[in-house]
Structures are given as structure tokens and as C-alpha cells.
Design a protein around this ligand. Structure first.
Ligand code: OSB
Ligand code: MG
Length: 370
């Protein structure tokens, strides 16, 4: 069997509510859906690169370029079908993990469908529901923030993550903690601080946070290790962990006590599982981060989060929390217990709504072997 056709769709979907982090405010998300076809079966993946190079250097344009000029030709010329082979062959190209992950995810979906297995069984996951958390952006005012948190708690989310930045940190967390004394609360700075801010960051120990995510910029494992020594709150790394190699260095330096795994950031499921397994061996718990994916990427995350060392509620929320109309049926929903049920149908286990994709497509291209 051979891959017969690959399609790329560049889309834009408006958020139901703007999303603001220390990197800026976004009203919509631009991303790429990858579709791979072989013998009448279709596999889908999502490239989580954004319009702008802010969270990472990749953008939808760089990903489109790397996919169409290098990765898709690689699949055709080497007749690649297995995601593991793709992972190894794609190492010939440096960087661009989000582009690689989008294609690898589509190959995983295809493989699982061909074997009539839901992805989580292929990955040897150990749970049928995963705990759900919500990531709450910077708001116009603290009272709006409190109201939003209240709304999410009523929907059952098991923990709340607040985005912070200099000027929207200690006092905001103090008020959130006062309003909600017993909830599971954590903060994510997306790299907005430096060691010079250590006194401010040490004040966060007061608020009994489950973790503090990515206080310093991505390429700064050393400074994170210096901060972790002075902080009671566990540091969790997101942007800094690009592969199992960076996880090992973070572990050896003591840069963090928890790791956030994102498939796009590490370049696919094969690498994500390596990070997961390394962390399990070293006793570092992990959890699954999100990139405000559409249902396509989100359900892929859901399957990954069934692996045993995912130990915290994940940034995996209901479809409706992100988009008025998601790209999958049924949409992702959160149970009263604050969990999400993992689909048990083959592959990603949900039906991708191509008519909806087409309605919001900005650019579409079909690739076939020459
Ligand atoms: O840092 O975890 C992050 C969204 C976009 C980019 C970076 C991050 C996030 C989130 C959202 O926090 C998590 C989600 O998808 O619910
Ligand atoms: Mg983060």
C-alpha cells in the first residue's frame, strides 16, 4: 500500500473569546490541516504553527513551504507509510517540528484506521477519559477574569491555568486565590520574565500553585534551574522542551519538576512518546499542553494524554470553549466530572467535517506522486 494523495488546507477560525498571553492578543487562529489518503482511507493531522512567529519561530507560511517543498516529496519519493519511518527520514531536515508533526499525525490516523484501532490503543494508553483543565487568557480587568473562571468552574473543569505577564501577576493571582481558595490553580508566563524578576516570582509561592509554567524564554534551561532552586512552586517547562534531548538536559540541570508535552513543539508523536518515557523513568510527571487546536488536533492530543505518565489535568477543553463550530463531529465535550471521553472508533475516532473546512479555507493544494 502507498500514500496516493496528500492535501493541505490553510484555514482561519475565529475564537469565541479573544485569547491574550504575554505574547499578545489573538482574535482568531490560522493553522493547516493535513489530509493523507491511501486505498480509500483518509488520515488527518493539524499543524499548530500560527500566523505570526510568536510562541515559536514557525508560521503557517514556513510550515506550508517545508511541507510542500520537502516533507511531502519525502513521503512520495521514499514511499513512506509508517509514521515511525517518517520520523526517522524527516530528521534529514533540521527544525520545523510543527510542520513535521502535522504530517506525522495524519500518518498515525491513517495507520490506526487501517488497523481498525482507536489511536489510544495503538499508543497503549491506559485510560478511557482524560482530566480536563482550562487555560484562561489575560482579560480586560480582574473582575472579568474572576467571572470567566467562575463560568469555567461551573462547567466542571478540574483546574484553571492563568496566563501571566509583568504587571498581570502577583495581584491578579492573589485575587483569584482569594475568590477560589480551594481550586487547582496554575500560572503560565510564556517566557515573559528573567532572573532579574526572581523576587516577584518568589511571591507566587504564597498562592499554592500546582506549577509555574515557562517563566523564562525558551532557550534558557540554566536560568530556570537557578529559579527552581529558590522556588517552592514546581517549575513546568513548555517552550523549552523541544525533544527528549532537551528534556534530559532540563532534568540533569534541575530546570523543572514537571514537563508539558505538545506534539507540535517536539515534532510528532514518536518524539512525544520518547519525552514521555524518559520522564516516566526519571519520575518527572507530564501533562498535555494545547495550542488552541481545532477538533482535529485536539482529539489527537486526547489520545496521547491516555499514556500512563500524564499525571495532571491537561489543556484540553471542550470544542465550544474555543470555536462556535468545530471541524469534527461529535465535538469535544467535558463531562460533569471534568473529564473528556476518548473516542473509541478507529483512528482519531471522530468524523472530520470537510464541508466546514472548505468554508473557512484560505488556500488548498493537492499533491500526488509524480
Ligand atoms: O503556552 O500553553 C501555552 C495556547 C497557544 C499557545 C501557547 C499556549 C496556549 C494555551 C492554550 O495555553 C491551551 C489550550 O489549547 O487550551
Ligand atoms: Mg504554555
Amino acid at each position: 500500500m502507498k500514500v496516493e494523495r496528500i492535501e493541505l488546507f490553510l484555514l482561519s477560525l475565529p475564537y469565541v473569546h479573544f485569547f491574550e498571553t504575554s505574547l499578545g492578543r489573538e482574535e482568531d487562529r490560522e493553522f493547516i490541516v493535513v489530509k493523507i489518503m491511501a486505498q480509500g482511507v483518509s488520515g488527518y493531522g493539524e499543524v499548530v504553527a500560527d500566523r505570526r512567529p510568536s510562541y515559536s519561530y514557525e508560521t503557517t507560511s514556513t510550515a506550508w513551504h517545508v511541507l510542500s517543498d520537502y516533507l511531502i516529496p519525502l513521503v512520495f519519493t521514499k514511499s513512506i507509510l509508517h509514521p515511525q519511518d517518517f520520523h526517522e527520514e524527516a530528521m534529514a531536515f533540521r527544525g520545523h517540528p510543527m510542520a513535521k508533526a502535522g504530517l506525522e499525525l495524519a500518518l498515525w490516523d491513517l495507520k490506526a484506521k487501517q488497523e481498525s484501532l482507536p489511536l489510544w490503543r495503538l499508543y497503549k494508553g491506559v485510560r478511557e477519559e482524560v482530566p480536563s483543565g482550562v487555560s484562561v487568557g489575560i482579560q480586560r480587568s480582574v473582575s472579568e477574569l474572576i467571572e470567566r473562571i467562575q463560568g469555567f468552574l461551573q462547567k466542571g473543569y478540574q483546574r484553571v491555568k492563568l496566563k501571566i505577564k509583568p504587571g498581570w501577576d502577583v495581584e491578579v493571582l492573589r485575587q483569584a486565590r482569594q475568590q477560589f481558595p480551594r481550586i487547582s490553580l496554575q500560572a503560565d508566563a510564556n517566557g515573559a520574565y528573567s532572573l532579574e524578576d526572581r523576587e516577584t516570582l518568589k511571591k507566587l509561592d504564597e498562592f499554592d500553585l500546582v506549577m509555574l509554567e515557562q517563566p523564562f524564554p525558551p532557550y534558557d534551561l540554566w536560568d530556570h534551574s537557578q529559579l527552581q532552586k529558590e522556588l517552592k512552586t514546581p517549575v513546568c517547562l513548555d517552550e523549552s522542551i523541544l525533544s527528549v534531548e532537551s528534556a534530559r538536559k532540563a532534568y540533569e540541570m534541575g530546570s523543572c519538576r514537571i514537563i508539558n508535552i505538545k506534539v507540535g513543539r517536539v515534532g510528532g508523536i514518536v518524539e512525544a512518546v520518547k519525552v514521555h518515557d524518559f520522564c516516566a523513568e526519571k519520575g518527572i510527571p507530564v501533562w498535555c499542553g494545547g495550542m488552541l487546536e481545532s477538533g482535529v488536533g485536539r482529539v489527537h492530543n486526547l489520545h496521547l494524554a491516555t499514556l500512563p505518565n500524564f499525571k495532571f489535568p491537561n489543556d484540553l477543553s471542550a470544542s465550544k470553549r474555543y470555536y462556535a463550530e468545530d471541524l469534527i463531529e461529535p465535538p469535544v465535550e467535558v463531562t460533569k466530572k471534568g473529564t473528556i471521553k476518548v473516542p473509541d472508533e478507529p483512528g482519531i475516532g471522530v468524523s472530520v467535517q470537510e464541508e466546514r473546512i472548505k468554508k473557512v479555507t484560505l488556500k488548498h493544494q493537492v499533491f500526488e506522486p509524480s
